[in-house]
Design a protein around this ligand. Structure first.
Ligand code: GLA
Length: 338
């Protein structure tokens, strides 16, 4: 019996009254997990294929085939799409920042390229992507520095974020525009994200929400830290999207690589964590529009290789056979009780 025909409730139906439930897709999972994804998720994000270096690997050369397939799949299955991402220091062609001599380009050149990139990409999917992560990861993790030192900052100065949001808004005035980052519950980084978004709002920037990546694990962050971050971000009067949720079985510093399957204790802890995390997300349902997992089922996760090369991880609600784990049942019970 396939998932689609079984009596299992669809995950997105379970949270129908609260928020959309999303999954990140690769071309591999789009083939391997298509009917499973279509059943359980009502929002999708391209894990990689809409990133700058993927859609514009060389100046003026666009490759939209993979992204187009994601939108076709979404349309055929009545699934919403979050666009990810327009401006990032990573996975962006080096040509973006150089002139024809290979030297750093000028401010005007870079702004022009950003404008062209955003117009072309957002314009192509105008009316189809309901939200965009406009700027990804602009804040520095180290506590004594505010913005991350990137080519964007070096060449354009702090104003680059406002520029990017203005451009995205022009290209699709109806899309919801997000600032997206990780370690978003860490009190120091959280306050910097707040400060950044506050200053964008003070300049009347068209920004509509904060994307909390939520690459968490079964040990942390604490529920108090998650709640404080939600509370602070919500106080800006913006929307919140949980954009890249996964619960790694390992602390970030843990290098153990001996496990072929998760232990019973790990699975139990993960179940408890999923239950307490979704309980707090449900508390904030009025400000949260969508909760997207950074993958869908344990057969494929970027965490299989990160930060320990070749180590398997099991971060989701569904196992390697795309069958629900005990965590899934806990969330069904939780949603029914709220
Ligand atoms: C960040 C990015 C994502 C992805 C993950 C790792 O969170 O926003 O696009 O690259 O890292 O998969």
């Amino acid at each position: 019996m396939t998932q689609a025909s079984s009596g299992l409730p669809a995950l997105h139906e379970v949270f129908r009254d609260a928020f959309k439930i999303g999954a990140a897709l690769s071309m591999g999972t789009l083939s391997a997990q298509a009917s499973f994804i279509a059943k359980h998720f009502n929002s999708i994000t391209a894990e990689n294929v809409m990133k700058p270096e993927e859609v514009q690997p060389h100046e003026g050369i666009y490759t939209f085939d993979a992204a187009d397939r994601i939108f076709e799949f979404a349309q055929a299955n009545h699934i919403a799409v979050r666009g990810h991402t327009l401006l990032w220091h990573n996975q962006t062609g080096d040509w973006m920042f150089r002139n024809s001599e290979g030297e750093p380009c000028t401010r005007e050149q870079l702004l022009g390229r950003l404008q062209t990139h955003i117009n072309t990409v957002v314009g192509r999917y105008r009316g189809q992507a309901y939200a965009w992560d406009v700027v990804n990861e602009a804040i520095e993790d180290k506590s004594d520095q505010y913005l991350r030192n990137t080519k964007w900052l070096e060449i354009l100065g702090e104003d680059y974020l406002r520029e990017a949001f203005e451009m995205a808004h022009q290209a699709d005035p109806d899309a919801l525009l997000f600032y997206n980052d990780y370690n978003e519950t860490d009190p120091v980084k959280r306050d910097k994200i707040f400060k950044l978004v506050r200053s964008l709002l003070d300049q009347d920037t068209p920004i509509h929400g904060i994307g909390m990546q939520a690459h968490w694990n079964i040990y942390g962050p604490t529920i108090d830290e998650i709640r404080s971050a939600l509370e602070l971000y919500a106080s800006l009067g913006l929307r919140i999207h949980i954009t890249e949720l996964d619960l790694s079985m390992f602390r970030f510093e843990d290098n153990r690589a001996d496990l072929k399957a998760p232990t019973v204790e790990m699975l139990k802890l993960q179940e408890e964590r999923y239950a307490e995390i979704f309980a707090v997300l449900l508390e904030y349902r009025k400000v949260i529009d969508s909760v997207t997992f950074w993958g869908a089922a344990d057969d494929y996760t970027w965490l299989d290789d990160f930060p320990v090369r070749g180590r398997k991880n099991w971060p989701f609600l569904f196992d390697v056979h795309q069958h629900p784990k005990a965590s899934f049942g806990r969330l069904v019970d939780l949603a029914a009780s709220k």
